[in-house]
Structures are given as C-alpha cells and as structure tokens.
Design a protein. Structure first.
Ligand SMILES: [Zn+2]
Length: 335
C-alpha cells in the first residue's frame, strides 16, 4: 500500500507533525508529540488535511491518553473525515495519520478501530489506512524519557500475567454501592476519592466505550479539583460488565494507572465490541501484535527516516531548564 504514496509525502507530513510538537511543548499543553489526519488522492497525490495538526494535550486536559493522535481524531475531525471520504472513490483514496512518535497502544487501538469502522461503512478500502511516524519507542525513551514499550509488551502477555490484575466477580458478591452503580452503568472506577461511572457514549464519539467514559470522568474530576497529576488514578480498580477485555479499554486503563480490572459476571454482560465484525479478544491480539503490518490489522504502518525529532529535543531542553513545568508520565505503576 505504501508504494502507492510517495515517501516524500509521508516524510513531509511527519515533519509537520514534529513542528506542531515543538510548538506544543513551548505552549505547555502537553508532551512533545504532534499528529495530523489526512486524506490522499492516490492518482494525483493531493493531500487534504482534516482539521489542524494536533498536539499532545495531557497537561491541558488532565487525561493521560489525550495524546496527539487522540486529539487528531476529535469528534469534529471524524465528522469532517467521513464527509470528505463520502465524496470520493475508495479505490483511489487513502487515509494517512502522520505522527511525530510511534503510537502507544491506546492510540494504536483507536486507529485500528477507526480503520475498521471506515471499512465497515464502505468509506474506505481495507489496506488504505496508513500510519506514518518519526520517533520510535526507543528514540522517545532516549530523547524525551517517555517509555511506552512496557505497555505494549504487557499487552502481549497472557491475561493472568499482565500489569493490571484481572479478576472475575459475581455481581451479588460486590459491595452494595458498587452493585447500585453497576445497575445504571456499564463501567465503574473505584478510587480513594469515590466512584466514577461510565456508559457507552459512542453516538458522540467512537472511542467513548463505557470504560473510557468512566476513566475520563475520574481524570476530569481530579483536574477540576486541582490534583497535581489528574491522570493518575493511583492504582484504582475498574469494574466492568464488558465480557472480553478490549485493547482500547485496557490501554486507557494502563494510562490511568489502574491496578485491578474486575469483570463483573452476570446475565447482563455488555456484549457490543470495540470494533465492528471482530471480538474484543481478536482485536486485542491484532493491536498488540508486532511487528506491524500483519494480516490481522487494518493498518499499514510506516516509519519515516531520517527524522529530526525536534519536538522531543525541545522537551529535553526545557525540562532541564524548568522541570517543575513539564511532567513525564508513563501510566501504570509509574509512581
Ligand atoms: Zn498514545
């Protein structure tokens, strides 16, 4: 697939994402990462950018997974993307997400789900969703100190060996307050400061599965209350009625420092999956598998090289100057 797109175009898009990363760091919105969402005409290689080049917004939003790719996939941008694709011939059209850094598992899951949604809605052909990135996990760790590798590796472990301990508990064995909360909600986070509940809100945005909605509610409340690290739920427990653990829910829980995942058994288990036409277990395996570009993924991933990585270098420079302003946060068990 990438043969159909000149390499210079991917390089240019990734470098623009890096420019946004530099600006993002200087503005203090979040980490040194930028990303853009684009549609390309495969005949003449014209590129249409969907929305602005986005930056990491973790510091601004208080949500640990508000990464550049996440911000590039905003509800407005997804609406604009679909409207743009509707007017095009899928045989001659591809989507390119350009990112200054290799996507973490949460962003990777969002991209995999989006690609599958577009294919299922017949807006895009399978194989026509390209991810181009600059800095690898190893580069990002060496230059800026962020290390996503363990979280990706964790997802390759069998369920009982993962960083987040997984239990199954029958609904009637839970404390009363949790039972009550789970009567009206599909996911509940139990933190030292209280319970935060979430439901399936995917009519608003494709990433708003119950677990994500609950995690966001907890982080946003922390942010509103002035917590120094609102994204860090300090080894909280997530209760969910979703029967199979999906990669998006799991990776988002990693970013929020969830230590325990409880599948709540019972007849009313929530059955919809994170992506169409695939079970959560199979989607989890597809997102975790490496190397990229295997037959179970709807994404085609390209690393562009050489890459200047100016955003991360700017982060390192500013962090040395004023460490109190910039926080390097790596999710679960990072405290
Ligand atoms: Zn990410």
């Amino acid at each position: 697939m990438s043969d159909l797109i000149p390499y210079e175009i991917l390089t240019k898009l990734v470098n623009e994402a890096d420019d946004a990363a530099v600006e993002n760091v200087r503005e203090g919105r979040g980490g040194p990462f930028g990303a853009s969402l684009n549609v390309i005409n495969l005949d003449n290689h014209w590129v249409i950018r969907i929305g602005e080049v986005a930056g990491n917004a973790v510091l601004e939003t208080g949500v640990g997974s508000a990464h550049a790719e996440d911000q590039a996939l905003s509800p407005e941008n997804i609406r604009a993307l679909k409207a743009t694709l509707k007017n095009r011939d899928p045989a001659h059209t591809a989507v390119i997400v350009a990112s200054s850094g290799e996507s973490c598992p949460a962003c990777h899951a969002k991209l995999e789900i989006l690609a599958r949604l577009l294919v299922s809605e017949k807006l895009l052909r399978l194989g026509h969703f390209i991810i181009a990135y600059g800095a690898s996990y190893a580069d990002t760790k060496a230059v800026a100190g962020f290390n996503d590798e363990p979280y990706h590796a964790d997802m390759l472990q069998p369920e009982h060996m993962r960083l987040i301990r997984v239990d199954t508990i029958a609904r009637d064995r839970l404390p009363h307050a949790l039972q009550e909360a789970l009567l009206h909600h599909e996911a509940v986070i139990e933190t030292p400061s209280g319970l935060y509940a979430g439901n399936d809100e995917r009519t608003r945005h494709f990433t708003l599965i119950p677990e994500v909605t609950a995690l966001r509610a907890a982080c946003e409340t922390n942010k509103a209350q002035g917590a120094p690290e609102p994204w860090n739920l300090q080894r909280a427990t997530l209760y969910t009625t979703t029967a199979q653990i999906g990669p998006l829910a799991y990776a988002e829980a990693q970013w929020a420092n969830i230590a325990r995942w409880v599948k709540v058994g019972g007849a009313e288990s929530f059955t919809p999956t994170e992506a169409p036409d695939i079970s959560n277990n199979d989607l989890f395996a597809a997102v975790a598998a490496r190397p990229y570009n295997h037959s179970h993924s709807a994404l085609f991933v390209v690393r562009v090289s050489p890459f200047a990585n100016r955003g991360q270098r700017e982060w390192a420079r500013l962090q040395a100057e004023r460490p109190e302003h910039l926080k390097t946060y790596n999710g679960i068990a990072s405290t």
